[in-house]
Design a binder for this molecule. Structure first.
Ligand SMILES: [Zn+2]
Length: 184
């Protein structure tokens, strides 16, 4: 468990109507998901949207119309997560497969940190962002080394309650700049 497995970088063309997304309800308990993970995924999308200076607008849709899908994956379906291109009604889309890591030693907020940051990282790929070498970035890749536990702990330390996740986007100045470059 050393890195995000896949870096797919492709831009989603954005219409004025916004970008339809869908997050899988937690129905397959074998993935380790929890009902609240849907909210964590939504917060991750909201973080990118807030950073986009109005250029990005996510709109909830049903699965078949969603060009960005977040799905809870089985443990054997990749490490932390991966983002793969899909086609949705003839348009490019992305499916974000998030693997729930059974970690945290009973620390629920650490567990939620990992789910949230994985959603954030992978949805960044869906938006066309590539990996960086900067440990401060959510788009940092563990393939460049660094302490994975420290990476998650750094964010976890900002949290007192689960609601604090919403107040701490996890995006660095570099991530924000890369998003704006991608959306330009
Ligand atoms: Zn990645």
């Amino acid at each position: 468990m050393k890195k995000f497995l896949l870096s797919v970088s492709f831009a989603l063309t954005l219409g004025a109507a916004g970008l339809p997304y869908w997050i899988e309800p937690c129905e397959h308990k074998e993935t380790g998901c929890a009902a609240g993970d849907v909210e964590l995924g939504r917060w991750a999308l909201e973080a990118w949207q807030s950073a986009s200076d109005g250029r990005l607008r996510f709109v909830a849709a049903d699965r078949d119309h969603a060009r960005l899908r977040i799905v809870w994956a089985l443990p054997e379906q990749g490490l932390y997560g991966e983002t793969v291109p899909i086609e949705v009604n003839g348009k490019p889309g992305a499916q974000v497969n998030v693997r729930i890591v059974a970690a945290g030693g009973g620390d629920r907020l650490l567990r939620d940190t990992i789910v949230y940051l994985t959603c954030l990282h992978e949805s960044g790929h869906a938006l066309g962002l590539a990996h960086t070498r900067n440990f401060a970035d959510i788009m940092y890749s563990f393939q460049f080394g660094g302490d994975i536990a420290e990476y998650f702990a750094r964010y976890r330390q900002k949290l007192t309650t689960r609601d604090d996740i919403r107040k701490n986007s996890g995006l660095s100045a570099g991530d924000r700049a890369h998003l704006m470059e991608t959306l330009r």
